[in-house]
Write a protein of this length. Structure first.
Length: 372
C-alpha cells in the first residue's frame, strides 16, 4: 500500500512546473513552495491553491516544517551544493537541479551526507528520462544495437544575456556537462575511468573574468571500465552560432541511432549500410502512474496550461518522469537512477573534463564514488 508524502519546492522558475506534477501524483499529499520574491510565492499560491502556512520566502524556515518529507531544489547553480547539504542534514530527502556541485569535493560531500543521514539525494537529470534516452536504452538492453562500437554526445547552447542570471557569464562548458554525459554513460552501462579534453576557440574577453575559462568549446574523450568503447562529447555555452541541441549518437554493429540535427528534423535509425529511417521516438506516458501519464505524451501538447510535455520546456516529456522517480524512491525506500553516487559520476566527469581542457589535454582519472 502506498503512502502519501509531503514535498517542498524551492525556486519557482523551473520549479513551478513541478507543482502540478506533484499535485497530480497519487503518492503526494501536501506541497509547500518557497522563493525569495514574495510576489512569486503569492502568485503561485493563488494559481495552485496552496495555503499560506505552506508558503515561504526563506528555505531555512521551510526546513523547520517537520511535516515535509522531501525538498525539490530548483535554484541557482551556485546554491545547489550548500542547499542540498542543508536539506539532508535537516532530515529531508532531496532532489536538486543539475549540476550537483562545482567541485570534486562538493560532489563527494553530498554522497557522504546522503549515506550518513540515510536521506535520498537525486539530481534532476532530465536527460535520463527523455523519449530518446528511454527508447535507445531499451534498444541497447534488448541487444538490438548489437555491440556498441562508438558513442558521441553534445550539448550546444548559446546562453548570451539578457535572460540568464549573472553567474552564467563565462561559465565553463563542461562544468555543466550532465545533459551530454548522463544518458551516454547509462546507455553504455560502464563506469567512466578517465577523460582527456581540449578547448577550442575563445569567448569574448568580458566572459573570462569570473571563471578564468577562455574556451568557447570543450571537447572530451572518455574511457570506460571493461570496455573498448570511447565516448566523444562536446559542450559550448557562448559565442558559437547554432540551434540548441542536447543530443547523443550511438553506433552499433547491428543498428545505430543518430539524434536529429535540428529540431523536428527527425532522428535516424540505421539497420544496414544503405538505408536510413527517420523516426519519432515513442511517447512514454505508459511508464508512469495514470494520474500523470498524459504529461509525458505529445497528445497533451494542446494543453497550454502545463509545460512538462513541451519540447524545450519539458525536455522531451521527461519532467513527470523525474518527479515520479523522486517520489517512487522515497515511497519504496529504493535508490533512483540519478542517486548520489551516479549524480557524482556524471557531474565529476564534466568537472574533470574542464580541468583537462585547462591543462592542455592532461589525462584525468575519474573517482569511483561507492554508495550502497
Amino acid at each position: 500500500m502506498s503512502k502519501s508524502i509531503n514535498i517542498g519546492i524551492v525556486g519557482l522558475g523551473f520549479g513551478k512546473e513541478f507543482i502540478s506534477i506533484y499535485g497530480m501524483h497519487p503518492d503526494v499529499d501536501k506541497i509547500a513552495i518557497c522563493a525569495r520574491t514574495p510576489e512569486k510565492v503569492e502568485a503561485a499560491a493563488k494559481e495552485y491553491g496552496i495555503p499560506a502556512e505552506l508558503c515561504y520566502t526563506d528555505i531555512d524556515e521551510m526546513l523547520k516544517n517537520d511535516s515535509l518529507d522531501a525538498i525539490h531544489l530548483a535554484t541557482d547553480i551556485p546554491d545547489h551544493y550548500s542547499q542540498a547539504i542543508k536539506c539532508m542534514e535537516a532530515g529531508k530527502h532531496t532532489a536538486c537541479a543539475v549540476p550537483m556541485g562545482l567541485s570534486i569535493e562538493e560532489c563527494k560531500h553530498i554522497v557522504e551526507t546522503s549515506k550518513r543521514t540515510d536521506r535520498i539525494y537525486m539530481m534532476l537529470e532530465t536527460h535520463l528520462y527523455t523519449r530518446e534516452y528511454l527508447y535507445v536504452k531499451e534498444l541497447a538492453e534488448k541487444g538490438m544495437l548489437g555491440k556498441i562500437q562508438f558513442m558521441r554526445s553534445d550539448h550546444t547552447q548559446n546562453m548570451t544575456p539578457p535572460g540568464w542570471p549573472d553567474y552564467w557569464t563565462g561559465f565553463p562548458p563542461f562544468m555543466y556537462g550532465t545533459h551530454a554525459l548522463a544518458p551516454a554513460f547509462e546507455i553504455l552501462g560502464k563506469r567512466p575511468l578517465s577523460v582527456t579534453a581540449r578547448g577550442s576557440g575563445a569567448v569574448l574577453e568580458e566572459r573570462r573574468e569570473r571563471y578564468g575559462c577562455k574556451f568557447a568549446v570543450e571537447t572530451a574523450t572518455f574511457e570506460f571500465e571493461d570496455s573498448d568503447v570511447l565516448l566523444e562529447s562536446t559542450r559550448w555555452l557562448y559565442d558559437v552560432i547554432r540551434q540548441c541541441r542536447e543530443a547523443f549518437d550511438v553506433y552499433g554493429d547491428k543498428m545505430s541511432f543518430e539524434w536529429q540535427l535540428t529540431e523536428d528534423a527527425g532522428h535516424v535509425i540505421f539497420t544496414n549500410l544503405e538505408d536510413a529511417e527517420i523516426i519519432d521516438c515513442p511517447d512514454t506516458g505508459h511508464m508512469l502512474p495514470p494520474e500523470i501519464a498524459k504529461l509525458a505524451n505529445r497528445e497533451a501538447v494542446e494543453d497550454k496550461s502545463h509545460q512538462s510535455f513541451i519540447q524545450g520546456g519539458g525536455h522531451s516529456g521527461s519532467h513527470p518522469h523525474t518527479g515520479h522517480a523522486f517520489v517512487h524512491a522515497i515511497v519504496t525506500g529504493t535508490q533512483p537512477l540519478a542517486n548520489a553516487a551516479n549524480s557524482a559520476k556524471y557531474t565529476m566527469a564534466g568537472i574533470l573534463a574542464h580541468q583537462s581542457a585547462m591543462n592542455n589535454g592532461e589525462k584525468m582519472e575519474i573517482p569511483d564514488v561507492n554508495f550502497l
